[in-house]
Ligand binder design. Sequence first.
Ligand SMILES: Cc1ncc(COP(=O)(O)O)c(C=O)c1O
Length: 368
Amino acid sequence: MADLKRFLVPWIDQVTPYGTEDILLAWSRPELKRMMVNENPIPPSEKVIRAISEAARMGNRYPDNGPRLRAKIAKLYDLSPDNVYLSHGSSEIIDMVMRLFVTPGDEVLLPNPTFSLYGIRARAVGGKVVAIDMTPDLQYDVPAMLRAVTPRTKVIIVCNPNNPTGDFIPDEDLQRLIDLGIPTLIDEAYLEYHPEHESKAPLIRKYNHVIVAHTFSKAFGMAGIRFGYALADETMIQYFRKMQIPWNTTLLSMAAAEAALEEEEELKKKAAYNNAGVEYVVKELSKISGLKPYYSHGNYVLIDATDAGVTGKEIVDYVFEKAGVILKSFAPLRGRNGFFRISLGTHEENSICVSAIKRFFENRKKEA
Ligand SMILES: Cc1ncc(COP(=O)(O)O)c(C=O)c1O
């Protein structure tokens, strides 16, 4: 056996892979309710499915880089197709940004909590993650982020709205980060749920260090199909092309995305369905004393149970055991250990989940 350590990149042991245990569990037991990875509970439309099977007929051919689809996406933002890079979900954009800008020992500045993949992909290239705790009311602590900038800061992450806290960064705070001139990834993975909030895409006209990422995994409901895109200045997109793996998006995923873009009403319906679920969960859980749900602009709701005297994990374990619902607990933040997140499911699943949480607290009251 070869001594792999002699050959491996020396920082490999600092990488913990993205945790997919819950997804494995959910696929192996379809009766479980998957409310842990911010999926859309509504399956793709017939039109999208037809587009995929039609594209499959040409499956013996290599895809191009989607000029027609790039033009359609560009039009949504009044940009040029040269400002658009199609990707294998927005995860690829996150990875791309790290590979382009981060060398071993360089720093990636991000808020805490946020989507875990940023840190994972930063570490995969030897980067150091500088995670700045959000304020007690779970807003970006921009003064602390600015103080944390060093000559080695190579990437700044702005998840907007942030996963799992659900809120947007104020424009003036975003501007202060952008004014640093450091490559900044604005991840708008959930923006299609709230189109009344404008994309930050226009910033790319003025700033060649800003990258805006979108995905079809959330409001479009195509997480398993894998499609996303980045918007950036042409020169930035050219660097993406140098670094990219060719044929990163399949004929099937591009056909699915093109079909989905034509179904504006379907997207609106999915967003409205989700947003009604968010309202319901927030309203119902607010009734439980000591439980604080954070209103979210995404397809998830973060809840803090610390003041009720329980940990997030206790609730997540109970709901799994009693109701077959998979949720996600979060690491303590500022000494508070009650955080857990509900990814919205169908209305029925949301109701099952809420009832189970209510039962958890009723039982505690009885025991007390
Ligand atoms: C903020 C954020 N960005 C990106 C992603 C990854 O999405 P994709 O499926 O597009 O790779 C997620 C997934 O949960 C996310 O929460």
